[in-house]
Design a protein around this ligand. Structure first.
Ligand SMILES: Nc1nc2c(c(=O)[nH]1)N[C@H]1C(S)=C(S)[C@@H](COP(=O)(O)O)O[C@H]1N2
Ligand SMILES: [Mo]
Length: 514
């Protein structure tokens, strides 16, 4: 990790410290934009504290400076406690705080210190009242001379003559600007270097050939493509700034309850016979009908082979994987040792993993939600026991085990769409990774359940497309769908929220046909 901005360090610390309900709310409110919201939140808090510091310093020095110094220390604490803290990560918040304190001192030296709070009576008697800026203000708001009961007016008359306060605010804002710039520059420099390494990287070819069977992809406009392009693939993680790992420095350590510790370098991994497999990844936070799911062709090496080298103890039942930035997931040892395609992935849809999807190496495990299996930027596998170890999300109330639940989704028509009356089609996707989907049914209004046509599945580890022709009659209609798996179990109608182990219910949409 080359650079962590103080803003994202504070944000990341906030993510880790925040209670689970706050995070769930944030994800629900902002979806994958929750990080941007958090960064804006941190900046707003910083600005508020900075303005407070400016006012404090002017009235009761040295408390403003002290507040800025404390702010700097919070930044340092947040930065150095990050698992991926660089050697110099404490420098940016420190430099920023120093710059802010310096700006504050400079500005206050230029303007004589106020000995009293700036109330309107006091301000009127000040010589500064005749300054052009002030009279301009007065011209634009003649009412402000007579402070009435209207709080807006009172606020105006309080701030009206206070050029120095304005200067202090500007100075503190400049300090914050320095902070953001410092952090941003460090961040950009770091990500550019690794992005370039990724862009020029050539992965070895797979030793196998995966084929998408004929008839797996239905030709229905608006239906999710069978393979999700990397650029459209959902992203969920706790990383405010994407970890930057130079593959030359990457290594994986397998340890814990094993007979033989194993370490693997990037070159060693690429020298192994890599296989491609198509797997649908899903997030436990996905709501019924949600889009936190996608399918990709992953190039990688079976984790089972590496675990066989390490020879786990008989009483081990979990593998705790850790990412470079300190995220952890607890995966049943069984799922990583059986015949499924649980892999250390290096490629996604024919490219090296995108940085945001775990470059250079991540885990992909068919059948399990991402939070218990799909560790991106993975650097460590500890063979352990569920009784002895907990992972990032299980520590925050989510279920220890995370098998992906049977679900189906309507893609066409879109929820709330206006559909032309006449012959049309209803289509979507259904999934229960590693078990497989046997059928999908559709119900229109309160009619009988109709059997949809299933496309050919790539495998049980991928979602499957489905469609149903529909002669749409004018009016408003409700459409719902439900899938049945290869065990003969049909999706439950019972609505469950994502927490603690995945949402359930039938995806139901309303459309109007006209
Ligand atoms: N390092 C790291 N890996 C992680 C996570 C994370 O927060 N940090 N989130 C997990 C979750 S909850 C999911 S659903 C998947 C999402 O993978 P994607 O972003 O490539 O779609 O990554 C998993 N791997
Ligand atoms: Mo997730």
């Amino acid at each position: 990790m080359t650079g962590t901005s103080p803003v994202s360090a504070v944000g990341a610390a906030a993510i880790d410290l925040a209670p689970a309900w706050a995070k769930d709310t944030a994800i629900a409110l902002f979806g994958t934009a929750d990080k941007i919201a958090l960064i804006i939140g941190v900046i707003v808090v910083l600005l508020t504290v900075a303005i407070g510091a400016g006012l404090l310093e002017r009235r009761v020095p040295p408390w403003g400076r002290t507040l800025l110094a404390l702010l700097g220390l919070v930044g340092v604490a947040a930065a150095v406690t990050r698992a991926d803290a660089g050697m110099l990560s404490w420098l940016a918040p420190l430099a920023a705080a120093a710059a802010a304190m310096f700006a504050l001192a400079l500005l206050l030296r230029r303007a004589p210190a106020a000995s009293e709070p700036a109330v309107s009576e006091h301000a009127v008697s000040e010589p500064a009242v005749s300054e052009p800026a002030v009279s301009e203000f007065r011209l634009s708001d003649p009412d402000s001379a007579s402070a009435g009961p209207d709080p807006r007016l009172r606020l105006n008359s309080d701030t009206q003559p206070d050029r120095r306060t304005f200067l202090v605010w500007t100075g503190v804002a400049a300090g914050i600007g320095v902070l953001a710039a410092l952090g941003g520059t460090a961040l950009r420099a770091g990500s550019q270097a690794v992005a370039t390494i990724r862009d020029t990287l050539r992965l070895p070819a797979a030793t196998n050939a995966v084929t998408v069977p004929a008839g797996a992809e239905l030709d229905v406009p608006g239906l999710s493509p069978l393979l999700t392009p990397n650029a459209d693939f959902y992203r969920i993680d706790t990383a405010l700034s994407v970890p930057q790992i130079d593959p030359a420095t990457w290594s994986l350590r397998i340890h814990g309850l094993v007979a033989q510790e194993v370490t693997l370098s990037w070159d060693e991994l690429l020298a192994l016979p890599l296989e491609e497999s198509i797997t649908t990844l899903a997030c436990v936070s996905n709501e019924v009908g949600g889009d936190l799911i996608g399918t990709a062709a992953w190039l990688g090496y079976p984790i089972r082979e590496l675990l066989a080298r390490a020879a786990p103890d008989a009483d081990a039942d979990m593998v705790l994987s850790t990412s470079q930035d300190g995220f952890t997931a607890g995966t049943p040892l069984e799922a990583l040792s059986d015949e499924r395609n649980a892999i250390l992935a290096v490629g996604m849809n024919g490219e090296p993993l995108p940085l945001a999807h775990g470059f250079p190496v991540r885990m992909v495990v068919p059948g399990l939600y991402g939070y218990v299996s799909a560790t991106k930027w993975v650097v460590d596998l500890e063979v352990t026991r569920f009784a002895d170890a907990r992972a990032y999300w299980t520590d925050r109330g989510w279920s220890e085990r995370g098998p992906i639940k049977l679900e189906s989704r309507i893609d066409v028509p879109r929820r709330g769409a206006n559909v032309a009356a006449g012959d049309t089609v209803i289509a979507g996707v259904a999934w229960q990774q590693h078990l497989g989907v046997a059928g999908v049914e559709v119900q229109i209004d309160d009619g009988v359940w109709l059997q949809a046509t299933l496309a050919t599945a790539i495998s049980d580890d991928t979602w499957v497309q489905w469609m149903l022709p529909w002669r749409a009659a004018s009016g408003s209609h409700t459409i719902r769908c439900r899938a049945t798996n290869t065990d003969g179990d049909t999706q439950t109608a019972a609505l469950a929220p994502p927490a603690p182990d995945g949402a359930t219910g039938w995806h139901t949409i309303q459309v109007s046909v006209g």
